[in-house]
Write a protein of this length. Structure first.
Lengths: 130, 151
């Protein structure tokens, strides 16, 4: 059976970088690579339910994290996902020093621009995997 | 010494459907705009990715979970890893199951007026639930979460 790449963001709620991770992943799975990728709720993964383990275990996954705690990557690994790429929002943000990206609730224009760049990186990796 | 009551609000922020987006935005609205009371939050996945301090979140703060669908991931995970919660909101019960499970409109940029009205409704329910929490349930302990999730 053909398995879509699972792309999982942290969606951290306290800082804009969590929102950037979330929006970049949604842009990828909804707009850029809907045929080859899908997301899975990280909160569902945290429950460790049998159904979500079956969905993730042994599958190619890409995680996108907004802070060094790497919640998405760690939780996907815990349920048996194969993390093929750990994308860190801060790596891309560093290339845009001095810019404001918005708030944890809403992205500004520069925030939208950066999530476009992150989404392109995710899509590139998806196309390498599939 | 007078101690300020603080309440923890934990959102599922589910990425697969609109209910998760509404849960996240409603939680943010309570934190940022309504400010009727001191509210704090934590990224749910920190229960496993963080340390003991994060797992003590619901023991430190009276906590309300906000879930986008009836899987109730935030409620179940908080109670499994962190402690008993004081209240639970199922967004799908407020905005309807069909809306909550919408997988087409999930991104912030796609939201329309009707969706922001849903956010307002859910935020209002969170505030009502907070107002029912007894000040006696606040432990008064301090808490430091991750660099991304706590406020």
């Amino acid at each position: 059976m053909y398995n879509k790449v699972k792309v999982v963001p942290c969606s951290g709620i306290g800082k804009v970088y969590g929102l950037m991770a979330r929006e970049a992943v949604l842009k990828t799975v909804i707009e850029l690579c809907p045929e080859k990728s899908e997301t899975v709720c990280l909160a569902y993964i945290v429950t460790g339910d049998k159904e979500v383990k079956e969905k993730i275990e042994g599958c190619d996954c890409i995680t996108v994290d907004g802070c060094p705690k790497m919640c998405a990557s760690k939780n996907v690994s815990i349920v048996g996902g194969i993390v093929r790429e750990e994308i860190k929002v801060l790596d891309t943000v560093k290339e845009h020093k001095g810019k404001k990206f918005g708030s944890p609730t809403q992205l500004d224009a520069d925030g939208e621009k950066v999530i476009g760049e992150i989404a392109t990186k995710i899509a590139k990796k998806i196309n390498e995997i599939n | 010494m007078k101690t300020e009551l603080k309440v923890g609000v934990i959102s599922c922020s589910g990425e697969e459907c609109l209910g998760g987006t509404i849960s996240r935005l409603a939680t943010r609205k309570v934190l940022e705009e309504l400010k009727m009371i001191g509210t704090v939050t934590l990224c749910l996945p920190l229960y496993l990715a963080g340390g003991e301090e994060e797992r003590n979140f619901a023991k430190v703060f009276p906590t309300i979970s906000v879930d986008g669908c009836d899987k109730l991931c935030a409620k179940r995970s908080t109670e499994k890893y962190s402690g008993k919660i004081n209240g639970s909101i199922d967004v799908s019960k407020i905005i309807g199951n069909e809306n909550a499970l919408d997988t087409k409109i999930v991104r912030n940029k796609d939201l329309k007026e009707e969706h922001f009205q849903m956010v307002d409704k859910v935020a209002s329910e969170i505030v009502k639930m907070i107002s029912r929490i007894s000040p006696d349930s606040y432990s008064g302990k301090s808490f430091r979460g991750c660099s991304c999730g706590n406020e």
